[in-house]
Design a protein around this ligand. Structure first.
Ligand code: ZN
Length: 285
């Protein structure tokens, strides 16, 4: 069962190669244009994907205006220090339990959106993002993958000054400025890739800064789903940013600057390309 779902100018679209197909059109109106409703129907997405050859494509993905594949999750979780080498580079202890924070859903933007810098201390974190399909409470680890509808590339953009302005640090705030959550370019079915062996590469202006694989995750995706669902009922479309490998900018003072281009790739899923634009200071700290 496989599919790739995109958000083309607010409308759900199925993707094959570089071509996209409007979901409402190819489903004969059975499925509407809202990506949030589409992702609750993975079996239908897979069935329609098998028959895309019978339809005319609506255009090329590379030329489309793309929004975040999951534009309005109810919750958007993120995990800090989930790669050993990343914890070490920040001189942080590896947590005994997942370090959970939220990226406010209002920070989400599409795969080619500009990232707005409001200080000189903004950093990048390339990550694999999990999308919850069927929701649930107290999900056992063994069955956790049945609750995943898709995988995306994500950037957990972080203003380090704001993140560590309070003690203990308030991760949420520093990582939730508007535009701090590029995701996409598509949401692929988990069966389309091997989620335990995905290579995540982040480049700044074509210089490789991060190059890690998901086999280095300290807390696996099933562990995270089981852990979170003990506390909160997971809902269709909820996101989990699963943590970033080593190579962030802060330890070397290599923060993002006006005009920098962040390129984040996960093999089998796709690439985000986000340009940094320096705007007014936030004045938070
Ligand atoms: Zn992160």
């Amino acid at each position: 069962m496989t599919y790739a779902l995109a958000n083309v100018d607010g409308r759900a679209a199925l993707v094959q190669g570089d071509l996209y197909y409007d979901l409402e059109t190819v489903s004969g109106g059975a499925l509407g244009p809202d990506p949030m409703l589409a992702l609750a129907q993975p079996q239908r997405l897979a069935a329609l994907t098998e028959k895309l050859g019978e339809h005319a494509s609506a255009g090329r993905l590379s030329e489309a205006k793309l929004g975040p594949p999951v534009p309005r999750p109810r919750n958007s979780f993120a995990i800090g220090l989930n790669y050993q080498a990343h914890a070490a580079e920040g001189s942080m202890d590896v947590p005994d339990k997942p370090l959970v924070f939220t990226k406010f859903p209002s920070c989400l933007v599409g795969p080619r959106a500009d990232v707005e810098l409001r200080s000189e201390h903004v950093d990048y974190e390339g990550e694999l993002v999990v999308v919850i399909g069927p929701g649930g409470k107290d999900i056992p680890e063994a069955g956790a993958w049945h609750h995943v509808v898709g995988l995306m590339v994500g950037q957990d953009i972080s203003d380090r000054r704001v993140q560590f302005a309070a003690k203990p640090p308030h991760f949420d705030l520093g990582k939730s400025f508007d535009t701090f959550g590029p995701t996409g370019p598509v949401m692929v079915a988990p069966s389309a890739v091997d989620p335990s062996q995905l290579r995540i590469v982040t480049k700044i202006n074509n210089e490789v800064r991060q190059d890690g694989t998901t086999d280095q995750l300290i807390f696996s995706i099933p562990t995270l789903i089981a852990y979170l669902s003990r506390v909160t009922t997971l809902a269709p479309g909820d996101l989990i940013f699963t943590g970033t490998p080593e190579g962030i900018g802060a330890p070397k003072g290599q923060f993002l600057a006006d005009g920098d281009v962040i390129t984040t790739s996960i093999e089998g899923i796709g690439t985000l390309v986000n340009r940094c634009v320096r705007i007014t200071d936030h004045g938070v700290c």
